[in-house]
Design a protein around this ligand. Sequence first.
Ligand code: SF4
Ligand code: FE
Length: 481
Amino acid sequence: MMTKDQYIESLKKLNFNLYVFGEKVENPTENPIMRPSLNSFAATYELAEDPQYEDLMTATSHLTGHKINRFTHMHQSTDDLVKKVKMQRLLGQKTAACFQRCVGMDAMNAVYSSTFEIDEACGTKYHENFVKFLTRVQDEDLGVDGAMTDVKGDRSLSPSQQADPDLFLHVVERTADGVYVTGAKAHQTGYINSHEVLVMPTIAMREGDEDYAISFAVPTDSDGITLIYGRQSCDTRKIEEYNDIDVGNKVYGGHEVLVIFDHVFVPNDRIFLNGEIKFAGMIVERFAGYHRQSYGGCKVGVGDVLIGATALAGDMAGSAKASHVKDKLIEMTHLNETLYCCGIACSSQGTKTKSGNYLIDLLLANVCKQNVTRFPYEIARLAQDLAGGLMVTLPSEADYRNPKLHDYIDKYCRGVASVPTEDRMRVLRLIENMTMGTAAVGYLPESMHGAGSPQAQRIMIARQSNLEMKKELAKKIARID
Ligand code: SF4
Ligand code: FE
């Protein structure tokens, strides 16, 4: 396995065509806007080095028998699925941000089982291709970004019916050695912190969509790929002169990138689906299922930090003993642990796929994610309720550092006399960051739309709900023939 430092060094060798704020970025690992997200991703390496987290952070490869990072593991049991969620909660607690590496883990587990079944039905060799790729990922401890979401254009039209053929990523040229692809993948979490990108189709496909039913992996800095970094609320606070207190979470963060593929070459042995339209939906459903499970871990860990920050804000304001404050903290905990229950439940009820790795219970994973589209918003609302208006009206750090203003701010922004004002500012800025700033991107809209928007879960819940069986139960009790 790579150490944290080896991982960061390995990223420096990547040669991205990356832009932010209209400028090309030469050293993303040193860029102050980007560095916090690298630190979060690097935590997946750092914690794996720590013996106290060995059981959660590492696993034994079923391919080689080697000790590997759990983020590259194919889940071999329901216990592995449960440990995955616990690992994600741990990392959420340590970073209070999106640590990004789960997307690849979820994509690899989905493609692993799907390619096995595609080969069985179609006589293809995708699973062999994928196992070769996976073995390298495990042995070299690579970061992999799973790329599913196409930009999709007109939602009422299928991929091949779009006015612009590139709105879903597709094959534009076929040669004896491989294929060339063009299109874009949106909202790509962790892309510039990853060595490889594993591309999957974004929806179930119909006849005529064959060129769009494509899955493959290529290095993230392949020729023909252009990256545009997504800006986040309050991101430029990171490049202000005083950028300690006001950023809230200074060390960690997350990022998303618009990834544009312009005639990118994919060699034959890196292709995992190529025209088999009826299997596109299987990959989508399994990837989405795994990532909906993931949120029952990562968002819970981030929620733990927000609950802690809210409780601290109460202590610092002298309101901790008020019964409504205690009750709101209980409510936040109840909501957060409900998400964890869902993450653990869909894991413990997982089943073995034909390929041998384990898949979560899809109904419970979709229920998990549906709750995630709601509860973090309520937790954030309660955090803002208890934090008070000062969270958004506090003077800036620059004012606090100005000798003419420092003592005024120190005096008038203080709560409990024994607590330094600066500590109070730090906690309130952290709550601001997590509910409205850069970290809110990961905690709120990503809870809504990541791993699929709420309606996507409702479609899956409808499909898995087995209403006919339930009608039969009712008929029997009501004594209806
Ligand atoms: Fe992992 Fe959560 Fe980020 Fe998805 S949102 S990559 S599950 S930390
Ligand atoms: Fe996500």
